[in-house]
Design a protein around this ligand. Structure first.
Ligand code: AMP
Length: 416
């Protein structure tokens, strides 16, 4: 018989980790909903064109896309990220701007699996479409920061940068290209290949041979227009006023053509450097237009669930919850009484479980202990005959016998 395991880079998230994921998304919801963000649940699958928009030069598009032709001859892809889907949805539904959306869910990238890097991975994120105010950049950055800090993370760094106006960026790119072309022979093979596609991406290289050449590369700040400088100054001032510490990292560039002005990254303190980016984002223009909409500026971030939880593990915070039922019903008379009683308890809002298959008293008691319940309710033949139930506290205290009609009030007293 064939035995199946999850595909490489794919996992089952089991309890108690699944409980932690649920709480993670819930914490995110409780951070962004009160700030006026509303949830969008885009489909997992879109026309591949939606994602090809994000630029031909990125690995996400060239190598990592899970794409295929469906039965209707459509070339579709599992989403590698959700920003493009949110922009596609904006064009399709034309909501009132500024449109503030949040999302949570899986993305798919055909990457080499390793610690903190999977082929199916979840992100939570927000996007705001239709406003250019630098204080919006601050709001967005602050919400991500507050969320991560709220999980208990302390060794957290916020890195920010500005890519300036599109024309600043172009001038910077030419200067960068000239610089790297001059040093072509010394660059790594990978960076040489990247250079021909997008010189900005060379700045992302962490290879030793590139490091020194990158350190001497032109700096974006020298190319900022007055407007770009003013925008970035407001962002920094806004963050200072909120008391959010940050460092300016001029090497923080997003490779995509759409990014301009503010870019930022939340960096965890304890993971190795390849995996310490918990999430990041930035301001972008042109994505909505490329998807057929009106010129609309956007800003957002995506935070990876896996990496953030790894950072939580490293810091010993936001631990998996211990879930248990409060009451365990033991029925040695065939199981029908347990059926009725658990149903009654659950309808009254008291969590309850039971054993099945007419196990012995001893085996049911063991199951009760394993369940973590506070109280066992026991029905044997005597109790069945007299219409009573034995209420036995499982963490110390004396057991009592109560009439079935008085059970709920008696139970409320015993449950802490
Ligand atoms: P990106 O969408 O590439 O800007 O990534 C944003 C965040 O998503 C990263 O900082 C990671 O936390 C997470 N992430 C990206 N790719 C993966 C992956 N393959 N596996 C797990 N997490 C990922």
């Amino acid at each position: 018989m064939a035995e199946f395991k999850t595909s490489p880079g794919m996992r089952d998230i089991l309890d108690p980790e699944s409980g932690r994921w649920r709480r993670f998304v819930s914490a995110f919801e409780h951070t962004v909903e009160p700030a006026g963000y509303r949830q969008i649940i885009p489909p997992l699958l879109e026309d591949i064109g939606v994602f090809q928009r994000v630029g031909e030069a990125t690995d996400v598009v060239t190598k990592e896309m899970y794409d295929f032709v469906d039965k209707g001859e459509r070339h579709v892809a599992l989403r590698p990220e959700q920003t493009a889907s949110v922009c596609r949805a904006f064009v399709q539904h034309r909501p009132v701007t500024p449109w503030k959306a949040w999302y949570a869910g899986p993305n798919f990238r055909y990457e080499k699996p390793q610690r903190g890097r999977f082929r199916q991975f979840d992100q939570v994120g927000i996007e705001v479409l239709g406003a250019t105010d630098p204080y919006l950049d601050v709001e967005v950055i602050a919400l991500g920061w507050n969320f991560l800090a709220g999980l208990g993370l302390r060794r957290l760094t916020l890195q920010i940068n500005s890519l300036g106006e599109p024309t600043d960026r172009e001038k910077f790119m030419s200067a960068l290209s000239a610089h790297f072309t001059n040093e072509l022979d010394a660059l790594s093979v990978e960076s040489r290949a990247t250079l021909s596609k997008n010189p900005l991406r060379v700045l992302d290289s962490k290879r030793d041979e590139d490091r020194e050449i990158i350190a001497r590369a032109p700096r974006i700040a020298d190319f900022h227009s007055d407007e770009a400088r003013a925008h970035f100054a407001s962002v920094r001032t806004g963050l200072e006023r909120l008391g959010i510490p940050f460092v300016v990292n001029e090497r923080l560039v997003r490779g995509l053509d759409y990014y301009r002005h503010t870019t930022f990254e939340y960096v965890g303190g304890t993971l190795d450097s390849a995996q310490n980016a918990l999430g990041g984002g930035g301001r972008y223009d042109g994505l909505v237009e490329d998807l057929g909409g009106p010129p609309t500026p956007g800003i957002g971030f995506a935070i990876g669930v896996d990496r953030t939880l790894l950072a939580c593990d490293d810091e010993g915070v936001f631990e998996p919850p211990v879930s248990s039922v409060r009451v365990f019903v033991i029925d040695t008379t065939g199981g029908a009484e347990a059926l009725v009683l658990t149903d009654q308890l659950r309808r009254s809002g008291i969590s309850a479980d039971r054993a099945f298959e007419s196990r012995s008293m001893k085996s049911q008691m063991k199951a009760a202990d394993r369940s973590g319940a506070e109280v066992a309710l026991i029905i044997g033949s005597d109790e069945l005959a007299s219409g009573t139930v034995v209420v036995r506290p499982l963490r110390g205290g004396d057991q009592i016998s109560v009439h079935r009609d008085d059970l709920l009030p008696a139970l409320q007293k015993v449950l802490t």
